[in-house]
Design a protein around this ligand. Sequence first.
Ligand code: AHM
Ligand code: MG
Length: 389
Amino acid sequence: HEADAYRTDLMTITRYVLNEQSRNPEARGDLTILLSHIVLGCKFVASAVNKAGLAKLIGLAGETNVQASVPGNNCHLSQFLVSEIEIGEEQKKLDVLSNEVFVKALVSSGRTCVLVSEEDEEATFVDPALRGKYCVCFDPLDGSSNIDCGVSIGTIFGIYMIKDKENVTLEDVLQPGKNMVAAGYCMYGSSCTLVLSTGNGVNGFTLDPSLGEFILTHPDIKIPKKGKIYSVNEGNAKNWDEPTAKFVEKCKFPKDGSSPKSLRYIGSMVADVHRTLLYGGVFLYPADKKSPNGKLRYTLSLLSASHFAYGTSNFILINNSEFTKSWNYSVLYEVFPMSFLMEQAGGQSFTGKERALDLVPTKIHERSPIFLGSFEDVEEIKGLYAAQA
Ligand code: AHM
Ligand code: MG
């Protein structure tokens, strides 16, 4: 009977968010509307990603794009998005296209005032006539270098509320992650899954392509207290700091008689974090210690790379005239949303110095190391950093 109920009494994401809204007597439905526009953006990107191999959406500029449609969604906004972006336009790379879709969906929701996107160097201040009380930080298509080989990719978003609608500033998004009111990601994989928290636990919804709706499939996700998996780019091991090196050594050669952990690393943050959330374990992208031979190598790349610092995962920093390579994650649209979800699911997230959600960013594209996952595994990492200090 339960299976029947599951099949016939569908908990769509909109129904879920409306239920949540009704629990708060002061809620006016703004977050519900905003989320439905984010959901539409995710459906659009899901559809475009699915067609990428066929339609050559990722092809070079200059070729004319094929028209993509949004399955099961005939509302005006989706038609507007499709016509606005795709018909007759030259092909755009999927990450650029996704960014445009999300910016337009967010602005037209009438519920946003500041947008920060990985794709845009500057924050977008929404036209006063269309302003609402929310700020959205997002990476429209993270891991886009994985598209060509069909590896899962995703959209990540975090939502803040502004302080004063009449006086909107960058300070509204330069807040610690613990002030976020909602966060989530959508993974475009073997299925399309949207994981969301509005500060009351974490829920996962899977897109039913035949309905064009996200249906609740993973209610109240809780991450296991301890996991059997560690997830890290081991190719960077030579530059790890000591606590990271010690932790990974312990994963592989435990001295307490426990079994070694398995290594899983997809190289696509949304997919790696999704697995960590469901199966437990820890995902880490540590700081690099200064590479003594790095100076010459990075001097050359700095000249050009400094111009492309935003919108790519490699960010070159000048530090006391020495060059430090940093591939860490963006605080606003990667570290905070994922940390928010982890904590809401009973796990934790740490930067190597502090609780990730306590970090106060000073610029919109600030980056940070990250260690997140099962509570006990992250506790162990925190212990190693504390011992070093
Ligand atoms: P992108 O922001 O350029 O799309 O790349 C970000 C991706 C993340 O999804 C992934 O976790 C990371 O880069 C992998 O980094 P690395 O290849 O250094 O392991
Ligand atoms: Mg990214």
